[in-house]
Design a protein around this ligand. Structure first.
Ligand code: A2P
Length: 257
């Protein structure tokens, strides 16, 4: 178990009946970059039960923060949703993942397209000064079924613009577009529909995304990713990696059980 460290739960926030986030202590030796994930879990019947979770906090945060769904009979999340401050969780010592600024070639605008808990790595990226230094505009889209699933809406709208370190940059450069598909809300429609609509780009004063100046990160349900990839590739976007940075990168939202 030397690859895991035991951390203490510091706070838990339940967004609704299906989503919660929690903060834990952070081993000072744990390093990660915005956009990465680590293995998180609990000891269950004497064994570690682990799943991949993206860090939702900034890389410089003294604590760690994660966003999780609650699945009633999910082996891990049915237990994890019951954690309380003071409880212990296991956190892998190594962070990894593809949603890194370094995996993209330089561009003007960065589109962060997410559904559900796919928002988590983007919470880390929009809290990172490097994101604002590398891109003029950051456009965060979060697609969910129900309004109550818009986790962090208030944090993004109200806390972030007042943040000591990145508030000024976020206020000037971040466009936040939450969208709901199964309830009434000012913004409706799937991420795929928005990204295919010139009118949607125009509504934010943006040109339609193209690979010369725009970069895209995708994180969310496998169905959204499967539909977004051909939309991007038809427009000439190319998937990047650490060995070959390019114009878009992808990661699925991990926790499903
Ligand atoms: P919809 O309500 O039209 O299915 P889920 O909870 O299933 O992961 O979905 C989260 C959000 O992602 C919902 O708004 C859902 O819209 C949307 N979604 C589901 N499948 C796709 C897809 N193939 N492309 C784009 N958005 C999708």
């Amino acid at each position: 178990m030397s690859h895991m460290s035991t951390e203490t739960v510091l706070s838990v926030h339940h967004w609704n009946d299906t989503l919660f986030s929690f903060r834990t202590s952070r081993n000072p030796a744990f390093r990660f970059e915005a956009g990465q994930f680590a293995m998180i879990g609990l000891m269950v019947e004497g064994r570690p039960l682990l799943r991949a979770y993206s860090m939702a906090c900034a890389a410089y945060d003294e604590q760690l923060e994660f966003l999780s769904i609650k699945v009633p009979h999910g082996p891990l999340t049915s237990r994890l949703q019951a954690i309380a401050p003071g409880d212990e969780v296991l956190i892998g010592r190594k962070a990894t993942g593809t949603l890194l600024l370094d995996n993209l070639t330089p561009g003007r605008r960065l589109y962060l397209l997410s559904t559900g808990t796919g928002l988590a790595p983007f919470m880390s990226l929009i809290r990172d000064p490097a994101t604002y230094e590398r891109f003029e505009r950051i456009v965060l889209v979060h697609g969910v079924r129900r309004v109550s699933e818009l986790a962090y809406e208030d944090v993004i709208r109200r806390q972030l613009p007042n943040d000591e370190l990145i508030g000024g940059m976020a206020a000037a450069q971040l466009v936040y577009h939450p969208t709901v598909t199964r309830e009434d809300y000012p913004h409706r429609g799937r991420v795929t529909e928005l990204f295919s609509s010139p009118g949607w780009f125009a509504s934010h004063g943006l040109p339609v995304a193209e690979p010369e100046h725009d970069r895209v990160m995708l994180c969310g349900s496998p169905a959204m990713l499967a539909d977004m990839k051909p939309i991007l590739e038809r427009r000439g976007f190319l998937e990047g990696s650490s060995s070959a940075p390019a114009t878009y990168v992808v990661e699925r939202a991990f926790v499903e059980k």
